[in-house]
Design a protein around this ligand. Sequence first.
Ligand code: AMP
Length: 211
Amino acid sequence: MAQPRVLILGAPGAGKGTQSSKIASEFDVEHVTTGDALRANKEMDISEMDTEYDTPREYMDQGELVPDEVVNAIVDEALSQADGFVLDGYPRNPEQAEELEEMTDLDVVLSLDVGEEELVHRLTGRRLDPETGEIYHVEYNPPEDPEVKERLEQREDDTEETVKERLRVYRENTKPVIDHYDEQGVLERVDGEQAPDEVWEDVKATIEDAA
Ligand code: AMP
């Protein structure tokens, strides 16, 4: 497989972003992530789409899903420009999964499995360095440099209240998508509670085996 088409699934905080970046550089594929794309376009005017709110920000800050119409267009555009890719953060409900089926075939479907208690701990402790984009955790991975520590920020949707809502939305909308791929017999599960390097070994081996 020259350039694999990889779908990575899992709850918020399961480590999809971290593992996707590694996949993108190891296998020389595009990292297509709806979360980052939406964060970069939070103030986009979507009022013409007959949606409840006028910008993605209002959905994201509450932990709700941005309407399918907006997200489908982002993914369709990104995938049409990529030979191989790792798709991260999409599909998040069965309707998006159907859309994706129309857009492309997949070579590997991965699920990063992490228990809910650990997810809450990871997300609420996550901090971002606004200058470098580097991600830290207050307990698991604090920065050594006091200057960096001083400027760390929390993502607006990583507060406890919004995290709980995001996990509820995950259970209700995204979990059925994972179950669907599982029932089709194409889902490769990786234990996402291992150390990041161990998760990466399993992820890499799973993609190589599918080649
Ligand atoms: P993430 O960084 O993947 O956790 O995404 C952050 C937020 O962006 C989510 O809580 C949603 O509000 C929005 N979002 C990301 N991907 C999607 C998607 N596929 N469908 C709808 N909303 C999404």
